[in-house]
Design a protein around this ligand. Structure first.
Ligand code: NAD
Length: 433
């Protein structure tokens, strides 16, 4: 489809971005458009979903190791603060744009509301390739960026977290910089911190655990037995590997795994701990002896019950949606299914558990981290896992029941539940002045 000018949707008339139907912000606007007819009187507030509340673009200048001065472009977008402080990660990537950050911030608003966390939605990013920077340069960029966005973030205002190419060390620098600027130790300003600085037990594995728990619940409802269920996973990083471990421990067979380096297949189920050890040593699943080589496209043809995209966005294209043999897709990655593929999967009777609920385990445990930091009282890992299980299971049950009542897909149902909560809060707060 050809690109459209920015006025293709009613909410798209912002002067500072030009979304297309394929772009991230354009996709988000189309998703919102789909649910507005179900919002009743609350639809009069729809403009608050269709535009970010606040957009900050910052220049991040640093002195490089060779003495030159480099300038990086940074963003922090607060899409909605109606239900609480902003919450969402910071991405370091050469392709980061304002429009992408706006969409990611908006999806955080939806995700936080879908699981009923007391947060709005926000996201940040810097256009850079971290592989091109030394550790010292990375620290300088992080500290200067934090200082620049310091005028809008804070434990009660907006709480960043790790995302693509950012990690606990970067969160530690952000927390230290913000604390130095406000003159007080502010552990609650970011989540995903190291345990020694107020991080939470269970945070690292939380997203993979959430994928497993929501998958388990969906399989139970679809009467798909866990014991012997055949699973394919694309992406064997933090999310994919942790989800694989839990599925294998529960009796499922992880038969196919693909990552950036290649694919492996074992009809009897791959030895997940051995594969994890291999990836830790070699950096990829390629060359693993416990299975056969699986080609790039062959992965999508594997005879499986469940497929888990846990790598990048846009992986389930229309062509792959026509072929894949699973009856359940667990969206561990953000935005892995293109809208056209969604329609094909629905027509084929394949259930898609959308990202906004499936991968919400990370932000749920981030919420626990923020709560623990406020009280300076830390919970055991067992307690965290139990609370995560309870929140995510309850959220899924509510969305599932809504879908059954109205005949929605799970994605539309999750958006309806979330948008209703967001617009209800907006309505109750009213407009100032
Ligand atoms: P990661 O960097 O730890 O792992 C990414 C995996 O994807 C790696 O195994 C990599 O080899 C694989 N990959 C990269 N390019 C690929 C390609 N072209 N084909 C096949 N595989 C490829 O990242 P992660 O933290 O596991 O995140 C994975 C996804 O989950 C992302 O979409 C992320 O936004 C989403 N997510 C992560 C979290 C979290 O807490 N980490 C939370 C919510 C959503």
């Amino acid at each position: 489809m050809a690109d459209h000018p920015q006025s293709f949707l009613p909410g798209a008339s912002l002067s500072y971005v030009s979304p297309t139907r394929q772009s991230a912000w354009g996709t988000y606007l189309a998703q919102v458009d789909r649910v507005l007819p179900y919002m009743g009187d609350l639809a009069r507030w729809s403009g608050t979903l269709q535009r970010p509340k606040r957009v900050l673009i910052v220049d991040v200048p640093i002195e490089m190791d060779d003495g030159s001065i480099a300038h990086f472009e940074g963003y922090r977008v607060q899409h909605s603060l109606s239900r609480g402080p902003g919450k969402g990660g910071v991405r370091y990537h050469p392709d980061v744009t304002l429009e992408e950050v706006m969409a990611l911030a908006a999806w955080m608003t939806i995700k936080n509301a879908a699981v009923n966390l007391p947060f709005g939605g926000a996201k940040g990013g810097i256009r850079l390739d971290p592989k091109q920077l030394s550790q010292r340069e990375l620290e300088k960029v992080t500290r200067r960026y934090t200082s620049e966005i310091g005028i809008i973030i804070g434990p009660q205002r907006d709480i960043p977290a790790p995302d693509v190419n950012t990690n606990g060390q970067i969160m530690a620098w952000m927390m230290d910089t913000y604390s130095a600027n406000v003159g007080a130790t502010a552990t609650g300003v970011v989540t995903g911190k190291p345990i020694s600085l107020g991080g939470s037990l269970g945070r690292v594995k939380a997203t993979g655990r959430g994928v497993f728990v929501t998958g388990r619940e969906a399989m139970r409802r679809l009467k798909l037995p866990m014991d012997g269920a055949r699973i394919a996973i694309q992406g064997f990083g933090n999310v994919g590997a942790n989800a694989a471990e839990l599925f294998a421990q529960s009796g499922a067979k992880v038969v196919a795994v693909q990552d950036h380096g290649g694919g492996v297949y074992n009809d009897n189920g791959l030895d997940v701990p051995a594969l994890t050890a291999h990836v830790l040593e070699k950096g990829s699943v390629a060359g693993f002896r416990g299975g056969e080589v699986l080609g790039l496209e062959e992965f999508w043809d594997a005879k499986v019950d469940v497929i888990i995209p846990a790598a990048l966005e846009g992986q389930i294209t229309e062509a792959r949606a026509e072929r894949l043999r699973a009856s359940l897709v667990l969206e561990a990655a953000n935005g892995p299914t293109v809208p056209g593929a969604d329609d094909i999967l629905a027509a084929r009777g394949v259930t898609v558990l959308p990202d906004v609920i499936c991968n919400s385990g990370g932000v749920i445990v981030s919420y626990f981290e923020w709560v623990q930091d406020f009280s300076s009282f830390f919970w055991s890992e067992e307690e965290i896992n139990l609370r995560l299980d309870k929140i995510i299971t309850g959220a899924l049950a509510h969305i599932w029941a809504t879908c059954e009542r109205h005949g929605f897909s799970l994605r539309t149902g999750a958006f309806v539940v979330a948008c209703e909560r967001i617009l209800q809060a907006r309505n109750e707060r009213g407009l100032y002045p």
